[in-house]
Write a protein of this length. Structure first.
Length: 249
């Protein structure tokens, strides 16, 4: 807000400092953005995403601390931060305001937690036509106001004896299905989806996504892998669970 009514307008730029116990980013001395910000007396100027583009360019920042974490993810690590701004004259770089700071806690949202089917479940294709896949979020309130969306992905385990929990990363599973973007925390896998083969093991995972790009989740929104067995394999065996003198009829 420009409060000098003796001037018709003024052009300015900003000095930005973001600091935590792990990282610090600050505008380089002498940096001047391509276009100045022009303000009129008594009128508040509101910043949009485009206004910040040059300020957050690494070439225009002094960065120290855990730099690699920022470079790898493009995000600030979780933690408490001090965000400070100071208004500078666009041409001379002289300060036009005090430095004003706000303390902020940054936290990534937790990814979905799979509820069903439970890992290592055996699905009976004779009695269970649909397979309900359900999950939940612990962070139910989104500060950005956007509604989280989800995708369900299913793989078939291709190598007998492979660990289902690491098979996707090891190239031992074949993707057979991926849902459209969902707004509910459940999905019924049924006859309208690709048919599953009797006796096969299937791996599934949920991803929380925000197509607007405003919400961020740990692990890129991916849940842990989970898996189920679609019936028993043809010619397979069922473990003998007879105890004592019990009889099986």
């Amino acid at each position: 807000l420009f409060n000098d009514f003796n001037e018709a307008s003024w052009t300015f730029k900003l000095k930005l400092t973001i600091q935590s116990s792990d990282v610090q980013l600050s505008t380089k001395t002498g940096f001047t953005p391509t276009n100045p910000i022009t303000v009129m007396p008594g009128e508040a100027y509101r910043f949009s995403g485009a206004d910040w583009t040059e300020y957050f360019n690494f070439a225009n920042l002094n960065v120290s601390g855990d730099v690699q974490a920022i470079v790898n993810s493009g995000r600030l690590p979780e933690g408490f931060y001090s965000f400070c701004l100071q208004v500078l004259d666009y041409d001379t770089g002289d300060p036009l305001s005090d430095e004003i700071c706000a303390n902020i806690y940054i936290k990534l949202q937790d990814p979905p937690l799979i509820v069903s089917p439970a890992c290592n479940t055996i699905i009976n294709p004779v009695t269970q036509v649909q397979i309900p896949v359900t999950w939940q979020l612990f962070n139910t309130v989104n500060p950005n106001g956007s509604v989280p969306e989800f995708q369900v992905t299913l793989w078939e385990l291709m190598e007998k004896g492979a660990d289902p929990l690491s098979a996707v990363q090891n190239g031992q599973a074949l993707q057979v299905f991926q849902s459209d973007v969902l707004t509910n925390t459940f999905f019924n896998y049924g006859p309208s989806q690709p048919l599953l083969d009797m006796g096969k093991t299937y791996i599934y995972r949920i991803q929380a996504v925000d197509q607007a790009g405003r919400s961020y989740f740990k692990n890129n929104g991916f849940s842990q892998y989970c898996y189920f067995h679609y019936g028993y394999p043809v010619g397979g065996t069922i473990p003998d669970c007879i105890a004592g003198n019990s009889e099986v009829g």
